[in-house]
Write a protein that binds this ligand. Structure first.
Ligand code: NIG
Ligand code: FE
Length: 403
């Protein structure tokens, strides 16, 4: 077997309970073999297969885990909302309407600049350990601008979501249903071939339940799979609609009733929590504990966007989720890896079982718990995506003699 051996791993999160302890499939004193871009073997060091690899990396007793799967991002945008953020921190509320500021800037940007922003943010995310990232349209809101956003993002990810129903654009003010008709017809015809997912911002100030259903139906008719912005700013029908449509994910899930929680628990729909949004809008956090205790599958994502959560940093989200949303450090790491993969209905990502894509993160820490124990510290030492190293080890330990 010609491949890469990551050896001398102090603590390995596989997310494969058949390989190690608990839901994280945790192994100590472990090793990982990568061949042809996938995991070929994972297990205790003492059982490394003979002649397993041609290249050896010494993890120096540090922790290794799957790359983060960030299942919610709005990366195709232009412009800046620093002033809106500063005003918010001086007491102004966050509203859905701020999106229109970014829409104007995005429409005015060149294709090159728009693609450049996506590239910079995807690279930034990769440096902090994100190896799979979803990207939505939603700041163009014309047929051509929505299509362009998806096209520039397609150079960086396959997880593309059509979000033409992000907000009603200004030229359709007072004609929201005409805009919904456009989204459901010409806009979807143009965008569906480039996208995998259909999303709607189901919220007061954006789209109501009937409009949301109409857009999801039109997307499903064109082969897209639903995911939904649901119950972010207040209670509403979003979660129930997500379940009704067997959506892969209901995202935000901040203001929920017991009925919403029960509906999620009885469904295949993942609850994707986005702590960056509550952090940056100074809003109450979703109660992850309540969802987990009810049996809901929970994912964590960064929700990178210029308005409500301008971060690509999954370790930051993990730390906030643990501190503010009553998740355990283990639950938060699972939610940011395998949880994200579930929210994207991916079986090849979010874990390090044999055959998984070799998306691997090496931490400058002895355990994955340090991601929440040492908030704000850049612990990601090295990242491999599909078995390819995305950069040099930031702080290599002296290689110990092998054999
Ligand atoms: O997920 N909620 C809708 N979309 C983004 C916010 C977008 C914006 O404010 O520009 C979100 O938080
Ligand atoms: Fe969002």
């Amino acid at each position: 077997m010609a491949g890469l051996l990551i050896d001398n791993i102090g603590s390995l999160v596989t997310n494969d309970p058949s390989l190690g302890d608990g839901p994280l499939g945790l192994l100590s004193d472990a090793a990982l073999v990568v061949a042809d871009g996938v995991v070929a073997w994972a297990g205790p060091r003492r059982s490394i297969p003979e002649g397993a690899a041609t290249e050896r990396v010494d993890a120096g007793g540090r922790a290794v885990l799957p790359g983060f799967v960030d299942s919610h991002g709005h990366l195709a945008f232009a412009g800046d909302r620093t002033a809106e953020f500063a005003a918010r921190m001086s007491g102004q509320p966050y509203t859905a309407g701020g999106i229109r500021t970014t829409v104007a800037a995005t429409r005015a940007a060149s294709r090159t600049d728009l693609g450049g922003t996506v590239a910079v943010l995807v690279a930034e995310a990769l440096r902090s350990g994100t190896t799979t990232i979803e990207c939505k349209s939603g700041y163009g809101l014309t047929v051509a601008d929505e299509q362009r956003s998806l096209e520039v993002a397609a150079a960086h990810t396959d997880e593309l979501t059509f979000l033409g129903a992000h907000v009603v654009p200004p030229e359709y003010a007072d004609r929201a249903d005409d805009y919904v008709d456009l989204v459901c017809s010409t806009m979807l015809d143009a965008c569906a071939p480039t996208a995998r997912w259909i999303d709607v911002f189901c919220e007061r100030g954006a789209f109501d339940g009937d409009q949301t259903r109409a857009v999801l139906r039109a997307g499903v008719a064109r082969g897209l799979v639903p995911r939904l912005h649901a119950n972010q700013l207040g209670p509403g029908p979003g979660v129930q609609i997500a379940v009704e449509f067997d959506a892969a994910s209901a995202d935000h899930v901040t203001h929920v009733t017991d009925g919403d929680v029960e509906a999620l628990a009885a469904s295949r729909t993942v609850a994707t929590l986005l702590p960056g949004a509550e952090f940056s809008t100074r809003a109450p956090y979703p109660d992850a504990r309540r969802l987990l205790d009810a049996g809901v599958t929970v994912a964590l994502a960064a929700d990178c966007n210029p308005g409500s959560s301008f971060t690509t940093n999954m370790p930051f989200c993990i730390a906030v989720a643990v501190r503010e949303m009553r998740m355990t450090p283990d639950e938060a790491v699972w939610a940011a890896t395998l949880g994200g993969a579930r929210a994207l209905r991916r079986s090849d990502a979010g874990h390090l079982g044999v055959g998984a894509r070799a998306d691997v993160v090496l931490l400058d820490a002895p355990s994955h718990v340090h991601l929440s124990y040492r908030p704000g510290v850049p612990l990601v030492a090295r990242v491999w995506r599909g078995g390819v190293a995305a950069g040099e080890d930031r702080s290599p330990t002296p290689a110990e003699p092998s054999g």
